[in-house]
Design a protein around this ligand. Structure first.
Ligand code: FAD
Length: 498
């Protein structure tokens, strides 16, 4: 079977770790893909996970992105390793590079105190425990979803404890986790993050719904938090900074999903290519049919684009930037590309593609869910569009000349060059409100458009029918029809003019 060569080459240590991870996943983990130890909707049971981790430990590939001295590989190095761990849907579980633990470990590594690290982070790094991140709230309650600021779960201080109440949903791995990171809003509206030992009787699992995906142990629970008391020492960082810490976790966690699922899609592509080489139709192998060859060629293009997008974003994160914009771009580009790849793999394999004889159908299901979690595609596009609107409508300096008014300079909103001088930032936020020489356009949908431009544009405001004008101005009646106002032969009162 031909294998995809990645062009990522961040360091010799990363290459060496990635090579070991790949060999382990292909030789040891892949045979587990048919292991029947699954829960009611197909998610691997902990017994299976911990058995694979013993093998990973023996092979020296358990938690491979965190080194023996506790330091983390760079993001570009992590990309190479996590893509390889993703070559099987079980690979990240076996190697302890899975979500949400990988992102939670990253957050704790950056923000937890030494005591908190010792208690909550150590068992995660050692692969002895699982964790869960509690942010999303049920849509029935109109709680936090795409918009985290809608958070309803509350926390209030009571002596040297905090008391938390609320409901959370889609909490991956909550069932069976030992470590929880819970987000809640304080009375002053500031968000707080708490570390909690699980299970706790004050956190009740109401429901674990069947979902389209099936790779994550514990699946995605809905829980009720009922007067959970957390010692103040278990708050992560400072009260009110919860959303700031969520940002720290957000970009790397998003990007690591891209890495793992790219690995899975690479393997699905290998399986589909193999099928196309062996399967005959109309006198020749499928792969020799142009339509099939094109699908596989498009996969190669999407794989390479996803890989480069990940590498670019990882490089930005390695500069110390939060990379919010870049990780939004990468998440959209990669998750959409992976969906196309997975879909083509299913198609190339015909009926076999939709059976559980290979992992291809699972990859298709997993990647579908990935377009929603860690920010649905539309939410990322919306926030990118907002940033673009600010940058595009910011009034350039007068000396720049009229032509520059509409040129969008990417550095205005990409991270490494993010800081704008205060005056520019002010303009970017509010728009100049001025037009003319050197002026940019206001970014205000309510701004009236000049009447003259409305006349001849389909879909713009309608020009009133005027028989006298229609008679004097050639083509006026036809243009009014194009604008969506009546027919070319209709007058003000609907009577025929023709
Ligand atoms: C498999 C899976 C695992 C998850 N794991 C976790 C977890 O471990 N912890 C956790 O806290 N959460 C988790 N989530 C929740 C996930 O983060 C949310 O589903 C996501 O944030 C979207 O929120 P929502 O489902 O409430 O969708 P809604 O907020 O109801 O949005 C629905 C749709 O509206 C559209 N939309 C929303 N805003 C805009 C906009 N501004 N512009 C255009 N369109 C828009 C989008 O298409 C979106 O998909 C998980 C979800 C899934 C599916």
């Amino acid at each position: 079977m031909s294998r995809i060569e990645l062009s990522l080459n961040p360091s010799s240590r990363a290459l060496e770790i990635a090579e070991r991870v790949e060999a382990f996943v292909r030789d040891v983990v892949v045979p587990y893909e048919r292991d029947p130890r699954r829960d009611h909707h197909g998610a691997p049971l902990d017994e299976l996970v911990y058995e694979m981790r013993e093998h990973a430990c023996a092979a020296g590939v358990l938690t491979p992105h965190i080194l023996a001295d506790g330091s983390h590989l760079t993001q570009r190095e992590t990309a190479l390793v996590l893509i390889k761990s993703g070559l099987s849907p079980l690979g990240p579980l076996a190697c302890n590079t899975m979500a949400p633990d990988e992102g939670n470990m990253y957050l704790l590594g950056h923000k937890a105190t030494e005591e908190q690290k010792d208690h909550f982070l150590k068992p995660l790094v050692e692969g002895r425990a699982r964790s869960a991140f509690f942010m999303t709230e049920p849509s029935d309650d109109n709680g936090a979803g795409s918009d985290p600021s809608m958070m309803l779960t509350s926390c209030r201080q009571d002596g040297n404890h905090w008391v938390i109440n609320g409901r959370k949903t889609f909490i991956t791995g909550a069932d069976g986790a030992s470590v929880g990171i819970v987000m809640a809003k304080a009375e002053d509206g500031g968000a707080c993050m708490f570390l909690v030992d699980l299970p706790d009787p004050a956190i009740r699992i109401d429901d674990v719904p069947n979902t389209i995906d099936s790779s994550m142990p514990g699946s995605h629970a809905t829980v009720t938090i009922d007067n959970l008391r957390v010692p103040a020492s278990q708050m992560l960082g400072e009260p009110g900074d919860g959303f700031k810490y969520a940002q720290v976790r957000l970009s790397p966690a998003r990007l690591s999903h891209c890495m793992r699922w790219l690995g899975c899609c690479i393997r699905a592509h290998e399986i589909a290519s193999d099928y196309a080489c062996r399967r005959m139709a109309f006198g020749k192998a499928l792969i020799e049919h142009e339509g099939v060859g094109f699908m596989l060629a498009e996969n190669l293009i999407d794989i390479k684009q996803a890989e480069l997008m990940i590498d670019w974003c990882a490089g930005v994160l390695d500069t110390g930037s939060l990379g919010t914009t870049e990780s939004s771009m990468a998440k959209v580009a990669v998750s959409e590309a992976l969906m196309r790849i997975a879909d083509r793999c299913v198609q190339v394999m015909g009926g076999t593609g939709v059976t559980d004889k290979t992992i291809v159908e699972q990859v298709f299901r997993e990647v579908r869910a990935f377009r929603i979690y860690d920010g649905p595609t539309e939410v990322h596009k919306w926030s990118l569009a907002k940033a673009h609107c600010r940058a595009a409508c910011a009034r350039p300096r007068r000396s720049a000349g009229p032509a520059r008014g509409r040129r969008v300079e990417l550095h205005r909103y990409l991270s490494p060059h993010r800081a704008l001088p205060p005056a520019d930032a002010q303009r970017a936020r509010h728009g100049s409100g001025r037009r003319g020489r050197g002026g940019g356009r206001r970014c205000d949908a309510r701004q009236p458009r000049p009447a003259r431009r409305q006349l001849h544009r389909p879909g713009r405001l309608c020009q009133r029918p005027d028989p006298e004008r229609d008679r004097l101005v050639p083509g006026a009646r036809w243009r009014r029809f194009q604008d969506g106002c009546g027919s070319p032969a209709q007058g003000r009162d609907g009577r025929s003019l023709g």
